[in-house]
Ligand binder design. Structure first.
Ligand code: TYD
Ligand code: MG
Length: 479
């Protein structure tokens, strides 16, 4: 039963309702619901009425030969980008690339387009935001003006599909950005969720039928979501986000969803005068400029996907003048910090209730691994006691609520990276001689109390040398 029904669509999250309401239940946004006519989804109506014909073909899963056997990929030639896509753009796949304005999405995609085009592939760059002249100007700045990339400034999806369908299908088509696109198949005003969804649908159909890899650029709202419909995220094959701190030069490309590759890989770039440069050894970048003698810093041997990454965790614990001490975190999960603080209090014999705590992951990196617990705890204890941690040591391990230090995955890779960067010591959960294998001296920590005792021992060792500077005991020795 085909019926063009009226729907009410939340313009912020894409939730669909059958009557108007003031507040979206899905995203709690006020006054975001707008009436839109036409079928809720273009596919929903007509398909039901069509008499069924045995038109589709089925294929056996095994026994596929040649081209169909493995997803054929087109590597971009930019190693950090290919790492995130899983080895190159898969033919006919659609990638949604999100990121804050000005972070460098257009720059990255122009560089990728030029690299592909230089290798003889047909590449089209469709800009809905900038005029052709502006795009060309950017390419000139990047020294890529000679690259045979086809440029167009266009916002109508039907026109774009018609243009791209002429001649050999492009290997890669960039749509910058999906929010500026509109399609005639949908009645809603440009920029609405329905338009964005309709445009994405047409472009995805184009990708699947021609084998062109399509990259859709998506704007990001203030709270970090890709603006417009979340449904676009479900429609595409891969979602990547380009992150970075405006105050820092490096940028991180992170796969959020990937049907054809890993989702936990990151690509690291540095924004330079000549565009984005690859950073093949990010640990060295994140550890640059470390203050070795300062208390409150610990090096965390982390993993991002298959790649080990060493970063400095900085903590500042200072007596608070406030009734409710401050807890501020940059680059880590605040709930996780609360947990580590609680465990330090309950099982490490440390009182932090009267102290402000600031935690920062150096360089603007954002880490989400629980394996950082131990490094965070070490930095906190070090700052509280005023004792610098050994500068040649790395830390990793998850802390349980009982205070136990739990093993984490991929310890050998972490140790190998630490050794490569000249570290001599690893403070880690109980291992199986992995550290010794890597030429590092390992200190196995079973419990958070071991960590606290270790830092205290470091302080005792220092006391003789500069007894005057040694602070009052910061630990709670009430007994
Ligand atoms: P852009 O790619 O336009 O960002 P987006 O498409 O994500 O909005 O990047 C713009 C920023 O990049 C701008 O602030 C200037 C900076 N930039 C450089 O530092 N070097 C360069 O070579 C280029 C092209 C841009
Ligand atoms: Mg842009």
């Amino acid at each position: 039963m085909a019926k063009s029904h009226q729907t009410f669509v939340c313009q912020s999250c894409g939730a669909v309702y059958n009557r108007w309401r003031g507040r979206c239940e899905a995203c709690n946004g006020w006054n975001t619901i707008v009436e839109e006519t036409g079928p809720a989804s273009p596919a929903a109506g007509p398909v039901a009425t069509r008499p069924s014909r045995a038109k589709g073909r089925v294929f056996p899963l095994e026994g596929l030969t040649g081209e169909a056997k493995q997803a054929p990929r087109t590597p971009s030639g930019i190693a950090e980008l290919d790492r995130v896509t899983g080895g190159g753009f898969v033919r006919g796949s659609v990638i949604l690339l999100g990121g804050d304005p000005g972070i460098g999405k257009s720059t990255l995609l122009m560089q990728a387009s030029a690299a592909l085009a230089a290798r003889g592939e047909r590449v089209a760059y469709i800009s809905g935001e900038e005029a052709v002249g502006q795009v060309r100007l950017r390419a000139e700045r990047l020294g890529l003006a000679q690259a045979p990339v086809e440029l167009a400034a266009e916002t109508n999806v039907e026109d774009i599909v018609a243009t791209l369908s002429q001649g050999r299908p492009p290997a890669l088509a960039i749509i910058d950005s999906i929010q500026t696109m509109w399609t005639e198949t949908v009645e809603s005003a440009p920029g609405t969720v329905t338009q964005v969804r309709g445009s994405a649908q047409s472009l995805i159909r184009f990708a699947k039928t021609t084998g062109t890899a399509v990259i859709l650029v998506g704007h990001v709202t203030k709270d970090g979501q890709i603006a417009g419909p979340r449904v676009v995220e479900h429609m595409v094959d891969a979602v990547a986000s380009f992150e970075g701190d405006q105050g820092h030069h490096f940028r991180i490309l992170r796969a959020v969803k990937n049907r054809f590759g890993p989702t936990d890989e990151i690509g690291v770039f540095e924004m330079t005068d000549g565009g984005l440069a690859e950073v093949p050894n990010p640990s060295a970048l994140f550890l640059a400029g470390r203050d070795l003698a300062a208390p409150g810093t610990a090096v965390f041997a982390g993993m991002e996907g298959t790649r080990p990454l060493l970063v400095e965790i900085q903590a500042l614990v200072a007596p608070s003048a406030l009734g409710m001490p401050r807890r501020a975190v940059v680059g880590w999960d605040p709930n996780r910090l609360s947990m580590v603080l609680a465990v330090l209090e309950a099982h490490g014999g440390i009182r932090l209730g009267g102290h402000d705590v600031y935690l920062n992951v150096a360089g603007g990196l954002r880490i989400s691994e629980p394996a950082a617990d131990l490094a965070v705890a070490a930095a906190l204890v070090s700052s509280l006691s005023g004792t610098p941690l050994p500068s040649d040591a790395v830390y990793f391990g998850e802390i349980g609520l009982s205070g136990a230090v739990r093993p984490v995955a991929q310890a050998p890779a972490r140790l190998k990276e630490a050794q490569k960067l000249g570290f001599a010591k690893a403070l880690m959960p109980q291992g199986r001689g992995e550290a010794a294998e890597r030429g590092l001296s390992a200190e196995a920590l079973r419990h958070i109390a071991d960590l606290v005792a270790g830092v205290a021992a470091g302080r005792a060792g220092r006391k003789g040398a500069d007894a005057k500077r040694a602070r009052l005991p910061a630990y709670d020795d009430e007994s």
